[in-house]
Design a binder for this molecule. Structure first.
Ligand code: HEM
Length: 230
């Protein structure tokens, strides 16, 4: 299924929303939550790395990797490398981001993996890694025979979109969960911070919507920008 629309407006709006969400999560974690630290006696600063890496590293870079085929006026072979490298960076930052949530829990004597957010989070990172490995082997190195590549492509697109939507949902649950913890421990329900967190989640959701619109948009057949004939 494809929309009969050019990708250009969708990819531009996605970039703008991605930059907006990145700024918002940094302002939240640095200005409102005290900053980021790998080692600290204030364990909340270790936790703060988690939303920053998951949103900027995993969701936004992952979204940019997805739309790279539609957003960049480059040769398909170059875009293929950009696509797989951006996804690899997103995956690595996602793994480090999840590690920081475990580190925060372990150093604060809090149980691990008790929430729906954490269960979906583990599922998302495992599926993302499997999708990357399969894509690498079939489309890049060593590369599968032409028949298997063309049979795999619609599944690669479907599964990639599915995992990405799951990642978006998981990040929204993360914002909800953290804000609920904060409100339970005293921050004002209609205060600046609560609005900032909720709007960051909304901008993230809109970013995801424009990533999906870019995927569904129709690259002009003559420009060789589409991933449809890898
Ligand atoms: C797709 C992106 C994300 C993934 C894959 C993810 C994954 C995870 C995982 C696996 C844990 C469990 C750590 C443990 O049990 O020790 C966790 C914890 C947590 N995450 Fe995320 N996370 C994501 C984004 C976010 C975001 C954006 C926030 C916003 C603040 C957030 C907030 C939390 C909170 C509050 C916890 C601790 C409570 C809990 O374990 O549910 N996460 N995350």
């Amino acid at each position: 299924m494809a929309l009969g629309t050019r990708p250009f407006p969708f990819t531009v709006v996605a970039h703008v929303l991605g930059i907006g969400a990145a700024i918002m999560v940094l302002v939240w974690c640095i200005n409102f939550r005290g900053g980021l630290a790998w080692e600290s006696t204030n364990k909340s600063l270790i936790f703060n790395i988690h939303p920053v890496l998951m949103l900027i590293g995993f969701i936004i870079l992952g979204g940019e990797a997805i739309i790279s085929y539609k957003a960049l006026p480059l040769k398909k072979e170059v875009k293929k490398v950009i696509h797989l490298v951006l996804h690899a960076v997103a995956l690595i930052l996602g793994i480090v981001g999840i590690y920081t949530a475990f580190k925060f829990h372990n150093e604060s004597s809090i149980a691990n993996l008790y929430s729906l957010h954490s269960w979906l989070g583990i599922g998302v990172i495992v599926l993302y890694a499997l999708q990357w490995i399969y894509g690498f082997l079939v489309f890049f190195f060593p590369g599968a025979p032409a028949g298997l590549r063309s049979d795999s492509l619609p599944w690669h697109v479907f599964f990639g979109a599915f995992v990405y939507v799951l990642a978006l949902a998981t990040s929204l649950l993360g914002f909800l969960e953290k804000l609920t913890f904060l409100e339970t421990s005293g921050i004002t329900k209609y205060g600046m911070e609560a609005f900032l967190v909720n709007f960051t989640a909304i901008v993230t959701l809109l970013f995801g919507a424009f990533v999906m619109l870019s995927v569904l948009s129709q690259a002009p057949p003559e420009d060789d920008f589409s991933y449809s004939t890898i």
